[in-house]
Each structure stands twice: as structure tokens, then as C-alpha cells.
Design a protein around this ligand. Structure first.
Ligand SMILES: *Cc1c(COP(=O)(O)O)cnc(C)c1O
Length: 232
């Protein structure tokens, strides 16, 4: 089933990119595998997936040693400062940086591990109270501050759009993030390359691609619905 699902998602990505006059190769599919067992990730890997997204540090550290080493792990969930040290040498990109405090710890750990970590700034475009991320107004200043830190490289912006019944409702959200990327890029800040836009999930990734997404984070449409245990 995963292979068929992937085929469909890839087809949709190619079509959305072409419809927008974009090169389909400019869009990377991140398979969001949170809560899913290693066997399902292996199945996706065998079907060609190399980019996986997880939102919990513990899941990354558990799955990491059980899967092939050429996987690119993306941390897409809220990250606590005290857990940075467990994943800094395992992830290819951290999508969810929304404070100088978190960025400073990533920088500190990156230097310690003699590596450079690519990060995205998470922006709460729609201003939802329940969401992490900085406001669009705060983003340029935060980029400026983080750009001065060693061991860390800002690559772009990320947003989690609100759940909507009609995906085109999120078009203004994606459009705003895209514009913010252009605005910040125009400032030509040293050590900052604004070339990544992480936006779009199962419900709305084609709309996000139309607005310039370069990284789409798709879980349910590949792996099926998630079951959460009620244990809290
Ligand atoms: C779970 C999650 C996704 C994937 O959501 P689906 O609707 O299952 O595609 C994308 N981004 C983030 C940040 C997530 O937590």
C-alpha cells in the first residue's frame, strides 16, 4: 500500500509543479513517519524515500540506528532545548526553530560535534494561538540574530498551516510565507541562504507547491491515518 500511496503523491507533486511552471525536481517529498513502525519506514525506503520527517526526539533516536545510514532525517516538531544534544549529529535539517535560545543551543551542540546544522525558522503565519513559531513580523530580526551563531546555517522558513476543509483556503498562508522568504532574502544577510520553503501537508501540499514550497511534509497520504494512544 505504501508504494502505491507514494506513487500517487509523487504524481500529484509532479503535476502541481508543472502546473505552476516549476521544475518538479525543485520539490522534495518528506515522508512524515511519526508514530509509524520501522517496518513501514523501511517499506518507504525500499520505494525510494530518503527524506523522513519526525516530530519527537525519542522517535528519531529509536529509529535512527535501525534504518539505513543514507536516510536524511528532518526534525519537524517542537524541539526542547535540553534535547538538542540527542539529535544534532543525526538530523539533516531542523524545521522548527522559533527562538534565539533554541538556536543558541543548536549552535553550541553543533560546534561541539564539529558539524554545521541546517535550520528553518518556523513562522506562525495564521497567528493561531495553539501553534509554535514566530510571527511574520518577528522573523527577520530572529534570522538576523541567529545568522551570527557558529555551526548553524539558516536555509529558509517553515509553517504549519491550519486544518481546513478546502485546501485552497490555505493559499494566502503559503503565499505570505513565500513572500516573507523573498523579503528576508533581499536583506542579503551573511551566512543566510533563503532557498527552502517547508510548507504543505497531506491535505494541502499541491496548493503549497503552487505557492513555491520546496519541501512538502506528507504523512497520512503515504502511511495512512495515525493512531495516538491516550496515555496522558
Ligand atoms: C504530522 C505532521 C505533518 C504531516 O501531516 P499529515 O497531515 O499526516 O500529512 C507535517 N508537518 C508537521 C509539522 C507534522 O507534525
Amino acid at each position: 500500500m505504501i508504494r502505491e500511496n507514494l506513487e500517487k503523491v509523487r504524481e500529484n507533486i509532479v503535476k502541481a509543479a508543472k502546473d505552476a511552471g516549476r521544475d518538479p525536481g525543485s520539490v522534495t517529498l518528506i515522508a512524515v513517519s511519526k508514530t509509524k513502525p520501522v517496518s513501514m519506514l523501511q517499506e518507504a525506503y525500499d520505494a525510494g524515500v530518503r527524506d523522513f520527517g519526525e516530530n519527537k526526539v525519542q522517535e528519531i533516536t529509536e529509529k535512527y540506528p535501525q534504518l539505513p545510514k543514507d536516510i536524511r532525517w528532518h526534525m519537524i516538531g517542537h524541539l526542547q532545548t535540553n534535547k538538542v544534544k540527542y539529535i544534532v549529529d543525526k538530523v539533516t535539517m531542523i524545521h522548527s526553530v522559533d527562538s534565539l535560545k533554541l538556536a543558541s543551543e543548536i549552535s553550541r551542540q553543533a560546534v561541539k560535534h564539529d558539524t554545521t546544522v541546517d535550520i528553518l525558522i518556523e513562522v506562525n503565519v495564521a497567528g493561531e494561538e495553539s501553534k509554535f513559531g514566530v510571527s511574520p513580523a518577528q522573523a527577520p530580526e530572529l534570522v538576523m540574530q541567529i545568522s551570527k551563531l557558529p555551526g548553524i546555517r539558516i536555509r529558509g522558513l517553515m509553517t504549519v498551516a491550519p486544518p481546513v476543509s478546502d485546501p485552497t483556503e490555505n493559499k494566502p498562508v503559503f503565499c505570505a510565507l513565500s513572500q516573507l522568504l523573498v523579503d528576508i532574502d533581499a536583506k542579503n544577510i551573511d551566512n543566510v541562504s533563503m532557498d527552502c520553503l517547508s510548507m504543505g501537508m497531506s491535505g494541502d501540499y499541491t496548493v503549497a507547491i503552487a505557492e513555491g514550497a520546496t519541501l512538502v511534509r506528507v504523512g497520512t497520504s503515504i502511511f495512512g491515518e495515525r493512531e495516538y494512544r491516550v496515555d496522558r
